[in-house]
Structure formats: C-alpha cells, structure tokens
Design a protein around this ligand. Structure first.
Ligand SMILES: Cc1cc2nc3c(=O)[nH]c(=O)nc-3n(C[C@H](O)[C@H](O)[C@H](O)COP(=O)(O)OP(=O)(O)OC[C@H]3O[C@@H](n4cnc5c(N)ncnc54)[C@H](O)[C@@H]3O)c2cc1C
Length: 685
C-alpha cells in the first residue's frame, strides 16, 4: 500500500504524490497528521491550525466531488457554501493526532507500506529533525520514501550559482496532472483504527479540538477574528484569479502602504505557505496573464499599469524560493546568525528588556504607526512586507531585541508563517546576514510616508481617533491643552501600564525609546562589527553560500587603471602581496572557459554569457586537474576573459592556508581558513 503524507500541500492540483498514486494501481491512504512534536513549537498559533483545518475540509469535499476540479482545468468559483461551512465528516482523508513515526509504525503493522509519498518540506528545525527520523525509519523498514519538489528549491544544492537555472527549469516543467478523484475514490483507504484518529472536526467547536489544542499554550489557542478566510484550495484559486484579473493592476505602486496593500497585494501568502495552491501553478497562471496582456498591448489596447505590476509580482514569487533555498541549504539559520560575527550582539545580559518586548508585541510602544501595524497583525494575521520589515527593524535596532527571541511571536501573528522566508527575512532585517545593507527604518517617517493622514493608525489604534492629523504620528508632541480638549492623555509608561486597556482608553503611552538616539546607538554598535575585516571575510562566505546572483554584486572586477584594487561588486577586495594573483593561477582555465560551449551539467541548456554558473561548472568538471597554462590573450595575468567571474571560480579550487598550511578542500569557496580562521592568502602575524 502507498501512503500519501500530506503536509504543506493540502490540494489536488499540481500535486506530485497524488499524480503518482493516480498512475499506479495500489490502494493508498491520504494521511494528514497533527503531530504533537511539531505542534509544541512556539511558532504555532490557533489561527494556523484553523486555516489548515479549513484546507483539509476543502480537500475532503473535493474528494467527495462537492467542489469539482475537472482534468487539468481548475474551476475556481467552487461551492462557496461548501467552503464556508466548518464541519465535515472525513471519509477519504485519514487524519490523526500522533507523531509521524508512531503513525507509520501503526500503519505498517496492519497494512505494510510499499511507498511513502510526500513533498519535500523546508520547515523549521523540528520538522527537519522529524524528516530525518522518518527517512531513517523508512530505510530500516524497507519502505520507499519518495519526495517531490513543489517550490523549485533544490535539496542538497551543491553550489548557489546553480540555483537560478534549477529554479527556472523546475518552473518550466509542466504541472503534475490533477487526478480524477472519481477514478481514485475506490482505492483510497481510510484507516479509522489508527491511534489518535480524528473522524470529524468542527473549527468552531473548541471542545472537539481539545486533544490537538492542548499541545499549544492556552494563550495561543484563539483564532484571529479578522484573519483571511477561508483556508483551502477553492479560496486559494479564487484569490489568485481576483488578483490576476482585477486587484493586481496597481500592485507595484500600492505595495508599500498598508492602506493600499490590503487589496492590491495578491494575499496569496497563507495559501502558498500551507500549500493550498502550488507556486508553479501561480507562476504559470501569471505567465498566461502576462502573455494575454502583451497581446492586448500589441493590438494597441490600453493595459495601464498591469504589465509593470505583474512583473513586480513575478519577482516576488522568485524571491520566495530564493529565500527558502537559504533555510534549505542551512537549516541552522533558524537558530544562529548567518554571519557569526554578529552572534554576540543583542545577547548580552541586559540587552533583553522584557518591558520593551511586551510593548512591541502588544502594540503599545507609544509610536502610533508601529502599534497600528502590530495590532493589525494581532487582529488579522497579515500585513504588507514593508511594515513587517519596519516592525523587525524597530524591535532589533531601536529596542535592541534579539531577532531569535522575537521570531516566535511574529511567526504566530503571521497567518502565512513560512519558515524558509521567515528566518532569512528576520535576519536580513536585523542586519545579521553580513551581506545586506543595514536597514534601520525611521518609524515616524514611515508613518508619514505610508499613512499621511493617519487612516491606518486610527483604524487600529482606537485611542488615536480624535488626534488631529498634525499630531497623529507624534502624539507626545500634543500640547496639554489639546490633550485635555480631545480627552486623551499621553501618559508615562508606568502610569500607562496601570491604566491603559489595549483596545479603548483615554490614555496612550509616551514613546518607549527616543527614536533617533536609540537608532544612532544601534547603528554604531552594528557598524563596529560590520567594519571589522574578519566580519567582511565571513560575509563573503555567506555570500558565496546564499547570496543572490541576480545582480552583479558577486562579480569580481579587475582593478581600475592605476588603483590596483580588485572589487567584488562595489566592495574593494584586498589581495595581499603574498597572495597569488587569481589570474596567475586560473588565467589559463578562465581563458579556456571562454571557448567552452555554454551548457549545463547535462549539456542541455545554453546559458547567457557571464554567469558564474558556467565557470563553476567548468571547475567542477575539471576539479581534479588544472590544465597547464597556454599562451593566449586571456592568460596575461589580467582578469581579461573571465567574464568578471573569476573570483568565485578561483575559489572553487582547494587552497593551502599560508598561516597554518591546512589544505582547505571541504570549503573551496571559503575566504578564511577552516582551521585557523586566517584570511585566505594571509600569513600568520
Ligand atoms: C520579517 C519578515 C518576515 C516574513 N515572513 C514571512 C512568512 O513567514 N511567510 C511569507 O509568506 N512571507 C513572509 N514575509 C514576506 C512578505 O512580507 C510576505 O510574503 C507578503 O507580505 C505576503 O503578502 P502577499 O501574499 O500579498 O504578497 P505579494 O506581495 O502579493 O507577493 C506574492 C508572494 O511572493 C512571496 N513574497 C513576497 N514578498 C516576499 C519577500 N520579501 N520575500 C520572500 N517572498 C516574498 C510570498 O510568497 C507572497 O505570497 C516576511 C517578510 C519579513 C520582512
């Protein structure tokens, strides 16, 4: 028997495991698990569970043919009644509250499992460990574990240079055919005797959820009453359609303000995160729409801002997997700073001030725009990208809080919590990646820019209702007489703690920190670390492993005449006197690479010139032998003919540390020695 293990992929369309079972004749189980070990993660929130459950209900209805999908044509209208009802008795899905291993054991005892089919998951550390345990269990029980890609993220990616081409190749592939459920219904086995089996659940009936909800702290069990409803494939497809056909035309100009982003952003994030829609399906639908618009434009019809907006949307879909790839390649980045140089920052004894965290996480910092954003999240579980970045910046710079300790709260308030985006984004905004510019937002300026009249603030910070526009972003500047007139007192923190009720009150706290001063101190602390040579070297390693290859920041440039300084992107690189010139060592190969046909590893696809991928492929294919230098124009000890990519190519060869003589083979890209940490090319001092 086959087991289709549903995780973040609760849908019918573009579903690898389902397409696979549709091709075989085996009976199969459609298994979904509420796993105690995963539910106990501090990132889990009741709103997530309800959204997931709505997705399961929707899928069950699709199996019952209540929300039909025909062939590969996706009907997006669906049965609204079916979607909004919160109750169903499961007949096709086997849902259990139990761990993965215990459930697989129990199934295997009575129905020997031939294949376990699932999608690859780039989850948090716990799910990574769970997957390893499942893999081990499968090996020892001779069960074939088949995992499918659904994000275009590559497991065991050897070299980041290859990421783009692999992602594009994945997206270019046709989608998995949507199974015809009628022909499969007779083969679905529901295993009702499994431990923890759940036959039916009502999302609104908390008692039925008890067994699951006891896994998460009482404070996190509630729903967010303004959250996006409903989970499930039907709503996901409808949301995508409404974006591509109606709401998305002003996407590029509307994404920054929380007022306009609400409708103009796609709002697909929770559906993508929980797998109610496939990323590839969104990409294909987008391309389809873009082509239609281009045809309209060619016919002289007015397409307004549609094409620009959809291009911006397309970039974001690419970013999605770009970020997830980081966590996939380095799961520990959930737990520690990407650039180790920042590890000690914000982690000294008195850095964590609980009162600051409480004010930030409850939306009572005294900065109306920050508080409005946080309260919006607490109520709705969604806010646009810029505001998320600003909230992190405020917490990590102005309040000097550790990103790792604010991560669970943000994960809970984001209905779309996706570990692969969440942790890399948090680190990027907190400035601990080493490869991104420091982004310290001025929260009052953001408020003035993105919500000039205070519409958003007034909607979420009810205390601000009567504050005139002039003071809406800085209410602490209101004269006493005005405070009395509008019956709102800006109180000191101590008094505010005693008197302020979060929702409605006649007091509002004064700012928790001085915005300018706190930002200045934080920037100075960060800069002290950033400017150290060792930090820069660590950052280069991070870049090689995770950096985006879309711009030219990775490109090694030859010295401008007379300067003698090589640059990586715009950053100067110091080649020590005793370090061999890159072209001295690799000039021949670099020159040779120019003549090589532009192919990928399987020799199929041509690439554009100047991609670092070509170079690294050549290096990989010839990694065991460096050819002897030839006399050619490109071997004259300059960077000519490298396509600007010699830097990374050069690093792809193992190197001896000049300080400790260790041969760095495992990390040929490293700029510091694996053993002693000395900069590449530098002798010990
Ligand atoms: C600190 C921080 C944490 C974040 N955590 C998450 C998270 O847990 N889950 C999540 O889905 N997004 C996260 N984002 C990214 C982004 O804010 C949301 O994807 C976006 O706001 C979702 O709204 P939308 O679906 O309308 O996006 P759109 O703007 O319509 O974009 C479409 C899709 O592209 C992807 N996307 C958009 N922006 C980004 C981005 N900057 N990075 C990566 N992918 C992107 C998302 O999948 C999104 O659904 C985070 C951003 C920050 C700054």
């Amino acid at each position: 028997m086959d087991v289709v293990w549903l995780k973040r992929d609760v849908r019918l369309h573009d579903h690898g495991p389902l397409a696979e079972v549709a091709q075989s004749r085996n009976p199969f189980v459609l298994l979904y698990l509420y796993e105690p070990d995963q539910l106990r993660e501090p990132t889990v929130h009741g709103s997530h569970l309800r959204f997931v459950h709505e997705g399961l209900l929707d899928l069950e209805r699709r199996w019952k043919n209540e929300c039909p999908l025909s062939g590969n044509t996706l009907k997006t209208g669906g049965n609204e009644q079916a979607v909004t009802s919160s109750h169903a008795t499961f007949e096709y899905l086997t849902i259990c509250h139990n761990t993965a291993i215990a459930t697989l054991e129990a199934i295997h005892r009575t129905h020997p499992i031939g294949r376990l089919l699932s999608h690859e998951e780039t989850g948090h550390w716990q799910s990574y460990m769970r997957d390893r345990a499942v893999r081990k269990w499968c090996r020892s029980n001779k069960v074939k574990f088949v995992e499918f890609n659904q994000t275009g993220v590559t497991r065991n990616l050897k070299c980041r240079d290859d990421y783009n081409i692999l992602f594009n190749a994945f997206m270019a592939k046709p989608r998995h055919p949507t199974p015809n459920v009628e022909s499969l219904q007779s083969r679905v086995v529901q295993l009702r005797n499994l431990p923890g089996f759940i036959g039916n659940l009502e999302t609104n009936n908390i008692t039925q959820w008890d067994s699951i909800f006891t896994e998460i702290p009482a404070d996190h069990r509630h729903d967010r009453h303004g959250r996006q409803q409903f989970g499930g494939e039907t709503k996901a497809l409808a949301t995508m359609d409404s974006f591509l056909q109606e709401r998305g035309s002003k996407f590029s100009q509307d994404i920054s303000s929380p007022n306009t982003a609400w409708n103009s952003c796609s709002r697909l994030s929770p559906y993508l995160a929980w797998g109610h829609i496939s990323l590839r399906f969104v990409v294909h639908s987008l391309q389809h729409r873009q082509e239609a618009l281009k045809r309209m434009k060619a016919q002289g019809r007015n397409t307004g801002t549609w094409l620009r907006s959809l291009q911006a949307f397309s970039s974001r879909l690419h970013w999605r997997s770009h970020f997830i790839q980081k966590l996939e390649s380095e799961p520990v980045l959930e737990l520690r700073d990407l650039c180790p140089a920042f590890q000690h920052l914000r982690r000294q004894d008195d850095d964590w001030v609980e009162a600051r965290y409480v004010a930030w996480s409850t939306g009572t910092t005294g900065f109306p725009f920050v508080d409005a954003c946080m309260r919006c999240l607490l109520e709705h579980g969604w806010i646009n990208f810029r505001m998320r970045a600003m909230l992190v910046s405020f917490a990590c710079y102005n309040l000097w809080l550790d990103w790792k300790r604010i991560a669970p709260h943000l994960a809970r308030v984001f209905l779309d919590f996706e570990p692969g985006i969440h942790y890399p984004q948090l680190q990027m905004q907190a400035g601990t990646t080493g490869i991104n510019a420091m982004r310290v937002y001025s929260v009052t300026k953001q408020g003035k820019d993105q919500d000039p009249t205070g519409k958003f603030i007034r909607r979420h910070v009810l205390e601000m209702e009567r504050v005139p526009d002039q003071y809406i972003h800085e209410p602490w500047k209101m004269p006493q007489s005005l405070q009395e007139e509008i019956q709102l007192t800006i109180t000191s923190r101590e008094r505010a703690d005693q008197e302020v009720s979060l929702i409605e009150c006649a007091t509002y706290p004064e700012p928790i920190v001085n915005e300018q001063e706190s930002a200045k101190i934080a920037k100075a602390r960060m800069s002290d670390v950033r400017k150290q040579e060792s930090t820069k070297n660590m950052a280069k390693e991070v870049f090689v492993k995770h950096g985006s290859r879309n711009n030219r920041s990775h490109v090694m440039n030859k010295p401008k005449s007379g300067t003698g300084v090589y640059t990586l992107g715009k950053q100067p690189i110091s080649l020590q006197d005793n370090q061999p010139k890159i072209s001295d060592v690799f000039g021949e190969m670099i020159g040779d690479s120019k003549k090589k046909p532009k192919q990928n590893r399987s020799g199929e696809t041509k690439r554009s010139s100047n991609t670092i991928t070509q170079e690294s492929e050549l290096l990989q294919s010839s990694s065991t032998h460096i050819r002897q230098p030839k006399k050619s124009k490109t071997t004259t000890g300059t960077m000519e003919g490298t396509g600007g990519n010699a830097f990374l190519s050069a690093n792809a060869i193992s190197w001896n540390c000049l300080a400790c003589t260790f041969r760095n083979e495992n990390k040929p890209f490293a700029l510091v020695c694996e053993i002693c940490g000395t900069n590449r090319g530098e002798k010990s001092s």
